[in-house]
Structure formats: C-alpha cells, structure tokens
Design a protein around this ligand. Structure first.
Ligand SMILES: [Zn+2]
Length: 204
C-alpha cells in the first residue's frame, strides 16, 4: 500500500535544482517566486527508472506545442503521470533540451557554468540515476514563441512574481526541478531567481 503522502515545500535558489518523491493523488505546485524564471521539470516513475515523463509522447497525444489546463502529461510508456489543473502563465516550452555544460562552452565560450543537467544529475544521485538518463524536460514558464514559418524564439518569460502551475500527480514519481541557471540569454530575464515547489499532503 502506498505510504501516506507528506506535504513538502522546497525553495530552490536561482540556478540550483532539487528532487523529491510525489505520490499519486497529491497536488504539485511549481511557483515562479520572483517572475521571469524557467523551471526545467522532469520525472521518473518511482517503480522503474526506465519510465520517465516524456515531452515527445505528450506532444504526440495533445498535438500541441504547449500544455494547457486539462492536459495529461504522459510517460514514455504512454501512462498518465500528471494532469495540469491550474496554470497562471499559459506559456511553456515542450520542444527544447535543457541547458548543459556543453551548451555554455560551445555556444557562449564559457566553461564551468552551472546547468540544468548538472543540477538534475546531482539531485537524482541518491536514486542512482546517471547524467545520460536525464530525459528532455518540460521547460515550465519558458517563452519560446512559435512563428508562422515554424521557427521559434527564446524570449523573456511572461510569468509574474508568484505565478504557478499546478499538476495533479497520477502515479508515484520522483520529480526533479531546476531553476535554470541560464543568464546569457533572455530565457530567465538574464537573472536566475528562485522556484518554490510545494506538494500538498492530501491524497485525493
Ligand atoms: Zn537550464
């Protein structure tokens, strides 16, 4: 039988990451504390690390390059992992990879820059999940407008302080969130800031 669901709250400093366990039935809130901050969001099934939250499978079902209230976010096994139940922002990226050390070296000539991949690899270390296993993220609050010619941009997020997205957890999962450290383009308003993650304690 599932363990009782505990309420939890984690404040992730800008540029840092965290992972936590969430139980089916809990509500997961991801809050942009100061605004204009992307939260790279990934998840694994708790029962098997070969099942993860998949942007590709979710897009294939929703046939949309965004997520909306009512959408079911799917795993790579096509199981339902989360339902979007509230969204204050309405603009998210479900296409691009997370930032990694190579991105900063190759595209910006910067070595040793923190990255979402480093953050999430460190956060999942206690579960024995390696760097190469980190899946593509849902880039919550990322503003990558898609143009008529099907190219897309990379602009400041439209999220305001305190804006959040709320997901209903549909299976027991390990959740990872990175408050993206990218400060060399507009995607975090050039100033990474905190993300608050809150899990309610009431399984419904
Ligand atoms: Zn990032």
């Amino acid at each position: 039988m599932a363990e009782s669901a505990q309420s939890q709250e984690v404040v992730i400093p800008g540029g840092d990451g965290a992972a936590l366990v969430a139980r089916a039935g809990q509500l997961l809130e991801i809050i942009d504390v100061e605004g204009e901050q992307v939260a790279d969001f990934i998840a694994f099934s708790e029962r098997s690390q070969s099942e993860w939250l998949s942007t590709t499978h979710t897009r294939s079902t929703t046939l949309r390059l965004n997520i909306e209230v009512g959408d079911i976010l799917q795993s790579n096994w096509r199981n339902s992992m989360f339902e979007v139940v509230q969204d204050d922002v309405g603009t998210h990226d479900v296409i691009t990879s997370m930032c990694d050390a190579r991105r900063y070296t190759i595209d910006y000539g910067v070595t040793g820059h923190r990255s979402c991949r480093t953050n999430l690899t460190q956060a999942f270390e206690p579960w024995g999940i390696a760097d190469w296993q980190i899946p593509d993220p849902f880039n919550l609050f990322q503003n990558a407008p898609i143009r008529p010619d099907r190219t897309f941009g990379n602009e400041r997020p439209t999220s305001r302080p305190g804006d959040k997205i709320v997901l209903r957890v549909l299976m027991d999962v390990l959740v990872g969130v990175s408050a993206c450290p990218q400060d060399l383009n507009p995607c975090n308003g050039y100033a990474p800031s905190p993300i608050r993650v809150r899990l309610d304690g009431q399984a419904t």
